[in-house]
Design a binder for this molecule. Structure first.
Ligand SMILES: Nc1ncnc2c1ncn2[C@@H]1O[C@H](COP(=O)(O)OP(=O)(O)OP(=O)(O)O)[C@@H](O)[C@H]1O
Length: 232
C-alpha cells in the first residue's frame, strides 16, 4: 500500500481557521491528489514529507509508519527518505546542473565542486540527457531541462517516494504535455512511488491510476465518485 493515513490538522492565522481531516488508503504506486486552491493539498504533502506535524492520527508510506501520535512516532524528513519536488524546482541559481544534482550527496557544509565526481551523478545526468548542459546554471536552461535537473537531484538519493507539488504549472502548454509524458514514462521505468498534487484535471488523465479529490480539507466524495465513473 502506497499511502495509509488518518490525520487531522488545524491551521490558524488571526481569527481564520483551516481544518484538514482525512482518512484514506491508496493502493497504487502513483497517486494524484486533486483539488482547488486552498483545499489542503500542500499541507497534506508537507505532512507526508515531515515538514509539518499533524495534530493527531497516523501516517504510513509504503508500509512504514512515518507518524503515529499515539505511539509517539514522528520521523524527521531525513529519516522518511522521500524526495520533495517543489513547484518552482528550488534549484540553486549559483550552482551548475552537475553541482545541483550532486548537492543532495554532499558531506559537510561546502557546496560540491564544479567537477564533483560521482557515479550516481553521472548516471542521472546521462539518464535525463543533461550531460551537454551539466556546466550551465539554472537560468541558462530550458523549462524541461530545469525540471529534469530537479528530478535528477531528487532521485540521486534513491528516495522511497517522490512527492511533486504542481510540477507542470510553471511550464508553457507544449512543454507541459511533453514533461507529463516524460515523467510518467520515467516513473514506470524506475518504479518509484509517486504522489503528485495538482488542480489540473489533465494531470489526472495522464498520471492517475488513483486520484484523491480534496475540498476544504476533506475528501470531496462527490468529485471522487464522478472521476471514478469517468475513468471506469
Ligand atoms: N502556515 C499557515 N498558517 C495558517 N493557515 C495556513 C498556513 N498554510 C496554509 N494555510 C491555509 O490552509 C489552507 C490550505 O492551504 P494549502 O496550501 O494546503 O492549499 P492548496 O490546496 O495546496 O492550494 P494551492 O493549490 O493554491 O497551492 C488555506 O486556506 C491556507 O490559507
Amino acid at each position: 500500500m502506497l499511502l495509509d493515513l488518518d490525520i487531522s490538522k488545524t491551521m490558524r492565522s488571526g481569527n481564520r481557521e483551516f481544518r484538514l481531516d482525512l482518512s484514506y488508503s491508496a493502493s497504487n504506486d502513483r497517486l494524484v491528489i486533486l483539488g482547488p486552491s486552498g483545499s489542503g493539498k500542500s499541507l497534506l504533502l508537507q505532512m507526508i514529507a515531515g515538514l509539518l506535524k499533524p495534530d493527531s492520527g497516523y501516517l504510513k508510506l509504503a508500509g512504514r509508519t512515518l507518524f503515529d501520535q499515539k505511539q509517539g512516532v514522528n520521523l524527521t524528513p531525513q529519516q522518511r527518505q522521500v524526495a520533495f519536488l517543489f513547484q518552482n524546482y528550488a534549484l540553486f541559481p549559483h550552482l551548475s546542473v552537475r553541482q545541483n544534482v550532486a548537492f543532495s550527496l554532499r558531506r559537510g557544509l561546502f557546496n560540491p565542486s564544479t567537477k564533483v565526481a560521482s557515479k550516481a551523478v553521472d548516471y542521472w545526468l546521462d539518464n535525463f540527457g543533461l550531460e551537454p548542459v551539466q556546466h550551465q546554471r539554472p537560468h541558462e536552461l530550458s523549462g524541461g531541462q530545469r525540471q529534469r535537473t530537479a528530478l535528477a537531484r531528487a532521485l540521486v538519493t534513491e528516495p522511497r517516494a517522490l512527492l511533486l507539488d504542481e510540477p507542470f504549472s510553471a511550464l508553457d502548454p507544449d512543454l507541459r504535455i511533453h514533461m507529463r509524458k516524460e515523467l510518467r514514462e520515467l516513473q514506470e521505468r524506475l518504479a518509484v512511488p509517486l504522489i503528485l498534487i495538482t488542480h489540473d484535471v489533465e494531470d489526472v488523465k495522464v498520471f492517475s491510476n488513483e486520484t484523491l479529490c480534496l475540498k476544504d480539507g476533506q475528501i470531496d466524495q462527490e468529485r471522487q465518485q464522478l472521476l471514478r465513473a469517468a475513468i471506469a
